[in-house]
Design a protein around this ligand. Structure first.
Ligand SMILES: Cc1cc2nc3c(=O)[nH]c(=O)nc-3n(C[C@H](O)[C@H](O)[C@H](O)COP(=O)(O)OP(=O)(O)OC[C@H]3O[C@@H](n4cnc5c(N)ncnc54)[C@H](O)[C@@H]3O)c2cc1C
Length: 333
């Protein structure tokens, strides 16, 4: 069976992977000349944190997200499995208690416990929550690694071509265009996220740290060699690329609150994109045409939920199997 995947973000690549594993002949069409250049996936933190996400996300995210913890270490050996740590400045201790009430699978740590996990944070926080089963990865390493592995499996990539997902001559299509699929998914919206990449060699962290913050869940993800990704704002806007001074100030203030060493950090990059999201912030598989599918709505869970969504997409495209949790027959127009 031949399938055309449109879009080489994380939805497209994982769908191509699931299809190729099931024996389909797959080609991937990507509008940008270089992998990731126009993809929201490039800006992700890469946290695989289903239990932390339960603080604000639907139970479906927690359930589907657990697939990612089994999937990524197999598909991407550089996936780091050291858990994640949630902290709050002293004045925000009630927020930590609220976070604990809404989540599970964590250990409560005192100052010594935090210092044992992250020696560079010794003496800075009185209590925290450690989620030992969570993981993280570097999206900018995953995208090319996955594309290379797909190429090695015989998947053909066609870069630099904007494709009409509804062109009937394409045959069976997985439309994985992210926010660009708004032209066919009227209920898809953008949720803008801004992020920074900092180099701070004075500081070593081994796992993602979430710092509870009244307006958006701030996190710092170590990328190795003293490089950290700092994210992310959550704004109801489909605007891509523009980073505002206010967001940079807020992100940097939070980083400084985590550790004053960030005051001396070098800013390597400021970036933004808009996460593709449906009204309930849950992902969907939406059939169209004869046997085609739109794979979308990954919101802030691209790397967390794409393995589960892609597997279900391949099951539908190849066998017609409908997974009730994510299948949406409503055309949404
Ligand atoms: C700041 C920030 C932080 C985030 N942090 C995390 C995180 O820690 N963990 C997590 O799991 N998720 C995170 N996310 C969310 C994640 O990035 C998104 O959910 C995910 O990238 C969406 O992937 P996608 O493949 O649907 O879209 P995209 O990555 O945007 O990919 C769509 C692709 O389709 C291509 N395309 C579009 N139109 C066409 C066309 N007509 N023809 C051919 N190609 C086309 C585009 O060029 C693009 O490459 C974050 C997002 C942001 C912005």
């Amino acid at each position: 069976m031949q399938v055309t995947v449109i879009g080489a973000g994380i939805a497209g690549l994982t769908t191509a992977w699931a299809l190729a594993e099931a024996g389909a002949e797959v080609r991937v069409m990507e509008r940008s000349a270089a992998l990731g250049a126009l993809a929201c996936s490039r800006y992700a933190g890469g946290m695989l944190a289903p239990w932390c996400e339960a603080e604000s996300a639907d139970a479906l995210v927690v359930a589907l997200g657990q697939e990612a913890l089994r999937y990524w270490p197999k598909v991407h050996a550089a996936t780091v499995q050291r858990g994640s740590l949630v902290l709050a400045p002293g004045r925000d201790a009630p927020d930590l208690a609220r976070f604990a009430r809404r989540t599970e699978r964590f250990q409560t740590l005192d100052a010594d416990g935090i210092a044992a996990l992250e020696p560079d944070l010794a003496g800075r926080f009185r209590s925290g929550l450690f989620f030992p089963d969570e993981a993280h990865l570097d999206p900018r390493a995953v995208l090319p690694a996955l594309a290379d592995a797909l190429t090695a499996r015989g998947v053909y990539f066609d870069f630099g071509r904007e494709t009409d997902a509804d062109d009937p001559s394409l045959g069976i299509v997985a439309d994985c265009r992210g926010l660009a699929a708004q032209d066919r998914l009227a209920d898809l919206r953008g949720v803008k996220g801004e992020m920074l990449i900092l180099r701070c060699p004075a500081l070593t962290l081994s796992r993602p740290i979430r710092l509870l913050h009244p307006r958006f869940p701030l996190y710092i993800v170590p990328r190795g060699d003293g490089v950290f990704m700092l994210g992310a704002t959550m704004l109801e806007s489909g605007e891509r690329n523009r980073v505002t001074a206010r967001s940079v100030v807020e992100l940097l203030n939070a980083a400084y609150a985590l550790h004053p060493a960030f005051a001396e950090a070098e800013i390597l990059e400021m970036g933004a994109d808009a996460r593709p999201a449906f009204p309930d912030n849950l992902p969907r598989l939406r059939p169209f045409g004869k046997q085609s599918l739109r794979v979308n709505g990954l919101y802030r869970h691209g790397f967390l939920l794409s393995p589960a969504l892609a597997r279900r997409a391949a099951d539908y495209l190849l066998h017609g199997t409908r997974s009730r949790e994510v299948m949406d027959e409503n055309p949404g127009q």
